[in-house]
Design a protein around this ligand. Structure first.
Ligand code: ATP
Ligand code: MG
Length: 540
């Protein structure tokens, strides 16, 4: 069976004629959706009247899709793939967790209670999506009745930066509110009680901190006047690395002792995050952990992944041609179930390797962005681009500079020779030196004849042995690229993110620090093509 429907398109006018004896049916075909076998069935089943089946009606209705509709669908799906997870609540497990979070927030906002909770889950399991969705929904029903403060330990790398960020966000909020009051007064409405805050952000961090605390602990207003604060701390375990854990201590202490309703939500991927809290911090934490887990079957994985690709009824209702929206949803399922479907291949690969919705969404973005009125439905062939994958280590090896590659080869040789599993820079450098020197000697020995050596001695290229200092930079970048791995790090949650992870941390690797090499000599032999200058080095 030909799995590419586009190659089947019979002629430029997109008509196909099916002849069966004296019956001839002429169908105008949608260029995207053309299934010859279905039309044959149609011809066989109802030859005299040739009334279109339900699906056929959809296909026919799909002609002349307006650009407006395509734009709506395209931007909606891209938005969903970008993380605006609007269909979230159709997934029962996520819905349950969402409701739990939302109730907690509501209790803070409506009943003025304080809470603290940890949301624990692997990468791309929907932690941020759930919290954002809950806050957005709450904003609709309780507009201006609470104030969320977002922190992320990857951006605010220490307590000081985090405090400044809290002060900044409070400042912005207070300024907004002040201008609201001014507007109200101008309009002649009854002046509201004006709260005059000082600027939270002060030059000294102590002053900033004192400002924040003084307002939060203050006991000046009645309960009604207190603005509930919701602290969302992404990757919060990094704030627990420092011994004093000042930020977490103060926030959790506030949530217990402050008169203001405060909710502290920590998002983390680390199972051990709660254990890393100091005793006095831990004792102030409510011990509530909401955990998210990956889907444990391919079917449920696809069912949730599909949510990002399908249109919600509310969106379909916005379309001029509703049939297009309905057909879109059916088409997604059809695309997945098709024989040799590339989409399915991508989903399978994702499920069995990283189980990462974010990555899958990325891979679907290009095919969706190619929608146009001529091809209003997503085409399987566009997944070809994303089907190639990122190549992993193999791709990385191809992008290395010569020196970096030589270092990788030297390390792999050393590991192979001495049958060990880790290596440091000093060893790799020694092997590099020997390797280049040996090769230079070999080269001189190879040109044996007198004549040859006379002719070639002037142009013989001796490889330079670079100094340790030069190579140590390359060693550092190999580490950042993730070709060298630190065995002490907990690599399980990085799952292929070494590159971005290490780059963002700007880690330094010591010369004598033992690291693992993510590629073997055998693999290098396979990766380098035969004419490669360094091919000779990958043989011992
Ligand atoms: N269960 C799910 N079903 C479908 N899509 C999901 C699911 N969980 C997450 N996603 C998608 O994955 C993307 C990433 O989700 P999100 O950012 O919420 O994950 P996260 O747990 O916060 O990850 P990280 O630990 O990297 O911050 C979102 O675009 C979302 O649409
Ligand atoms: Mg997140």
């Amino acid at each position: 069976m030909n799995d590419d429907p586009f190659q089947d398109t019979p002629d430029k006018s997109n008509h196909v004629t099916i002849d069966r004896g004296n019956v001839s049916i002429k169908h105008k075909l949608d260029p995207v959706y053309f299934d010859k076998s279905k039309l044959m069935k149609l011809a066989h089943s109802n030859e005299s009247t040739a009334t279109p089946t339900e699906e056929e009606t959809d296909v026919i209705a799909l002609e002349n899709i307006s650009e407006h509709d395509v734009e709506i669908v395209k931007s909606q799906i891209i938005r969903q793939l970008n993380g605006n997870f609007e269909n979230l609540l159709k997934e029962p497990t996520l819905l349950e967790k969402y409701e739990e979070i939302r109730t907690t927030f509501e209790r803070t906002v409506v009943d003025k209670e304080s809470h603290s909770v940890i949301i624990l889950g692997p990468r791309s399991s929907g932690k941020t999506s759930i919290v954002t969705k809950a806050l957005n929904d709450l904003e609709k029903s309780h507009k201006n009745e609470f104030f969320p403060i977002y922190l992320n330990s990857c951006v605010q790398v220490d307590d000081k930066a985090a405090l400044r960020e809290i002060a900044r966000q409070l400042d912005v909020k207070v300024k907004e509110d002040d201008s609201d009051y001014e507007d109200d007064e101008e309009e002649g409405s009854a002046p509201k009680k004006q709260v005059s805050f000082a600027n939270f952000e002060a030059k000294s961090i102590h002053q900033t901190f004192a400002n924040i605390l003084s307002v939060l602990y203050a006991n000046k207003y009645d309960n009604e006047d207190r603005m509930p604060l919701i602290f969302v701390i992404d990757e919060f375990e990094n704030f627990a690395i420092d011994n004093t854990q000042t930020l977490l201590y103060n926030l959790l202490d506030l949530s217990q002792n402050s008169e203001s309703p405060i909710c502290v939500v920590g998002l983390t991927t680390k199972m051990t995050a709660k254990e890393s809290l100091e005793k006095r911090v831990n004792s102030r934490f409510s011990q509530r952990v909401i955990s998210l887990v990956y889907e444990n079957s391919l079917e449920s994985f696809w069912n949730s992944a599909k949510l990002n690709l399908e249109l919600d009824k509310s969106v379909i209702d916005k379309l001029d041609n509703r049939a297009y929206g309905l057909e879109w949803n059916k088409h997604i399922t059809r695309l997945y179930n098709k024989e040799n479907s590339l989409l399915k291949k991508i989903v399978l690969r994702n499920y069995y390797t990283v189980k990462d919705h974010k990555k899958l969404n990325n891979e679907c973005r290009v095919p969706v962005s190619k929608l146009c009125p001529e091809f209003p439905l997503i085409r399987d062939e566009y997944f070809k681009l994303t089907d190639q994958g990122d190549g992993g280590v193999q791709g990385l090896i191809g992008s290395l500079s010569d020196l970096e590659l030589l270092l990788v080869i030297a390390s792999a040789r050393w590991i192979e020779k001495y049958d060990i599993n880790s290596i440091n820079f000093n060893l790799a450098y020694k092997e590099y030196q020997d390797m280049i020197k040996d090769s230079n000697i070999d080269q001189s020995a190879a040109s044996t004849t007198f004549l040859e050596s006379r002719f070639t001695s002037n142009i013989r290229v001796h490889q330079k042995v670079w100094s340790k200092k030069v190579l140590s930079n390359s060693w550092g970048s190999l580490y950042k690229l993730g070709i060298l791995l630190d065995p002490r790090n907990d690599t399980t949650d990085k799952r292929g993110y070494n590159y971005s992870h290490n780059i963002s941390k700007n880690l330094i690797v010591e010369e004598n620090q033992m690291v693992l090499l993510d590629v073997t000599l055998d693999e290098l032999n396979g990766i380098l093509y035969d004419q490669h200058t360094f091919k000779k080095f990958v043989r011992l």
